[in-house]
Ligand binder design. Structure first.
Ligand SMILES: *Cc1c(COP(=O)(O)O)cnc(C)c1O
Length: 413
């Protein structure tokens, strides 16, 4: 990573007039990806202007509040518990389950890792904990392993790009603190064999985490829409914790995810941090952060109530209709979809795939690049149905005339 030098700028002596300031902000923003125009195929998950308006209003109501102290702002504590309860219901958590909202998928996963590590030490005397996850698991697992001192062990992928269960069996040991699988994973959109992996863990008394950061608010509604969804949630015995991102397909603004525990007692027993050895009085927190923004909690609660089951199911249908169009266009173009993606995530490859991506960049689209094999990657969001025909026209143009690759530098910029 270069460019860590600071820019040559200092605090202005006098405040900048508001009009100039916002003109400046708008000018700076022109270089950013145009998500509103449907140009981004990851990072942003717009669901329509009505949802935007609801989120904006919730944010405005909770500009300064602090979710650190549930006694001072009881409305936030209530909303957080209601978001967790609604999510627990969607993911078929049993009575007695509990959880908390976090700042995002990474925090949900890192908390699950920390809780599992502490449980392993307390309940099984584990001293050299390992974390066993599919090769395709999100980097948040590697980050958690690094932060919390676990050894990361990768389960190789089978030909269908799902975690190889036979290989996993040999990698799980009595030092394993946590096993995890994705529903679906980010790179290929495939759902790991959750029942088989969770059973391997349970047989040794080891917790299992389903990472449903992407699928937590998609798969339940696909199921309601009558589609086949592989087992992934708390109905699978052995699944002990789950993560589901509100700020992806829950359509909340950034800073909102849910971590669920099958055994609710673990929230206080292992996740909570309580401290009174300072002059400031009792300090308690379930989060990695101290002071916590209120707006993402309010926005998450509001959008869930606003959309309801009907609204989410409608959004899933929009996504699936777009994904179906993309799939058939890729087949027509002789491009190969990796694995058998379950919903909104599509990775595809073919000869000259990176030059195709470069051409798409030139045409104003933003697709992630992947490796092993080289592939382009799309995450479909509801609003893509407004631009899909233009996108497919441009994809055909790019595939017919990929042009010169601009090389690695351009690819990853
Ligand atoms: C996005 C994602 C995460 C991490 O979520 P953040 O909100 O970016 O921290 C974890 N797992 C999967 C499968 C994801 O797609």
């Amino acid at each position: 990573m270069d460019g860590m030098d600071l820019p040559d700028v200092s605090l202005p002596d006098r405040g900048v007039p508001r009009a100039d300031l916002f003109a400046d902000l708008r000018a700076r923003k022109t270089a950013d990806a145009d998500w509103r125009g449907g140009r981004t195929w990851s990072l942003v998950y717009p669901a329509g202007e009505d949802v935007d308006a609801v989120l904006r209003e919730a944010h405005n109501l909770y500009l300064y509040e602090n979710a650190l102290n549930p006694f001072r702002f009881p409305s936030l504590a209530d909303m957080e518990r209601e978001v967790v309860a609604m999510t627990a219901g969607l993911l078929n958590a049993p009575a007695g389950a509990s959880g908390s909202m976090t700042s995002g998928g990474t925090e949900s996963i890192m908390q699950a890792i920390r809780v599992a590590r502490d449980r392993a030490a307390a309940e099984r005397g584990v001293t050299a904990p390992t974390l066993v996850v599919p090769r395709s698991a999100h980097p948040a697992f590697a980050k958690g392993a690094k932060y919390f001192g676990l050894e990361l062990v990768h389960i190789p992928l089978a030909d269908d790009l799902r975690a190889d269960v036979t290989a996993a069996a040999d990698l799980i040991t009595d030092q394993t603190a946590l096993v995890a699988g994705s529903a679906p994973n980010y790179p290929h959109g495939v759902v790991d064999p959750i029942p088989e992996l969770a059973a391997l863990a349970a047989a040794r008394g080891i917790p299992f985490h389903t990472d449903a950061c992407v699928g937590g608010f998609l798969l339940p509604f696909m199921e309601r829409a009558g589609l086949d969804v592989p087992p992934f949630d708390f109905r699978v015995p052995g699944v002990t914790t789950m993560s589901a991102d509100m700020h992806k397909y829950g359509y909340a603004t950034k800073g909102a995810s849910v971590l669920l525990h099958r055994t609710g007692d673990h929230v206080l027993q292992y996740q909570a941090f309580l401290y009174q050895d300072w002059p400031g009085g009792l300090y308690g927190s379930l989060a990695l952060a101290g002071a916590r923004p209120a707006a993402p909690i309010a926005a998450a609660w509001t959008v869930m109530r606003y959309l309801g089951t009907d609204g989410y199911t409608h959004q899933v249908r929009r996504i699936l209709a777009t994904a179906t169009k993309i799939r058939s266009a890729l087949t027509d173009l002789d491009l190969t979809i990796l694995g058998n993606p379950v919903a909104s995530v599509i990775a595809f490859t073919g000869p000259e795939i990176m030059p195709i991506g470069d051409r798409l960049d030139d045409l104003g689209w933003h697709l992630d690049r992947q490796t092993h094999p080289d592939a382009l990657h799309l995450m479909v969001s509801p609003e893509h149905d407004r631009v899909i025909d233009t996108f497919l026209t441009d994809l055909r143009t790019a595939a017919a005339n990929p042009g010169e690759s601009r090389g690695t530098e351009a690819r990853y910029s």
